[in-house]
Design a protein around this ligand. Structure first.
Ligand code: ZN
Length: 235
């Protein structure tokens, strides 16, 4: 057998190992995604709670502004009440004062319920913050395991790649380039032995003339049927 074929068959075995490790690294992704989805859900709940609290606090500020205005108005009406000279003016000023007092009473009632909602939402936000912290803490172990698994696989991959590259350097460049192209496309075996008169992968019959060249030189040829590399396994 041609020396290039012998080495390339070894490279092909190394590539099978590399694909397997790459698949294992790929399989870690869903584990990480699941952890991140869990954290994201807790963070989303916190953001929504904070948003509700912000909204309620804005209503509280607006209401306080209205209360301040009504108090100033009340003050003005009371001042008028102190300076009126006729009973008719006094009656009007009393009526206005009463009206503003009623508005202020409504304001205070609104303020009490807004304050109660703000307090509830503050507690709710604190609970969601605790949830986020608890989720992160609960995941610490799982994330550490995941990182360790990934590092171990990466080390194995680097080692397998180094072994493969070392061997691949001893194969002729043109042949290696053809092999790499096919192998990357198929992501599986690229180099097959002739089976009788046919391709060992797709069973296409190989013309006798090409078979003779392959047996004669020992150099692999591309199958016209399926595009893999074929070598004569004769001697
Ligand atoms: Zn074929």
């Amino acid at each position: 057998m041609h020396q290039d074929v012998v080495i390339l068959l070894e490279v092909q075995q190394d590539d099978a190992v590399i694909f397997e490790i790459e698949d294992q690294i790929g399989a870690l992704a869903p584990r990480l995604a699941a952890l991140e989805a869990q954290t994201a859900a807790a963070e989303r709940a916190l953001a929504e709670a904070q948003n509700s609290l912000d909204g309620e606090q804005k209503r509280q500020r607006d209401l306080q502004f209205r209360i301040d205005q009504h108090r100033a108005l009340l003050k003005r009406h009371e001042d008028v009440l102190n300076t009126v000279t006729s009973p008719r003016e006094a009656a009007a000023a009393v009526a206005q004062t009463e009206q503003v007092r009623r508005m202020l009473a409504d304001d205070e009632r609104d303020m009490a319920s807004v304050q109660s909602r703000v307090n509830d939402l503050r507690n709710y936000v604190a609970d969601r913050e605790a949830d986020v912290e608890a989720t992160r803490a609960a995941q610490a172990g799982a994330r550490a395991t995941l990182d360790a698994d990934r590092r171990a696989l990466q080390e194995r991959l680097d080692a397998a790649q180094a072994t493969r590259d070392e061997k691949a350097r001893r194969v002729s460049r043109t042949l290696l380039a053809r092999y790499d192209r096919i192998q990357r496309r198929e992501r599986s075996i690229a180099l097959f032995a002739l089976r009788g008169q046919s391709c060992g992968h797709c069973d296409t019959m190989i013309p006798m003339q090409r078979r003779n060249v392959m047996v004669g030189t020992g150099a692999p040829e591309v199958c016209e049927g399926c595009g893999v590399l074929l070598y004569a396994d004769g001697e």
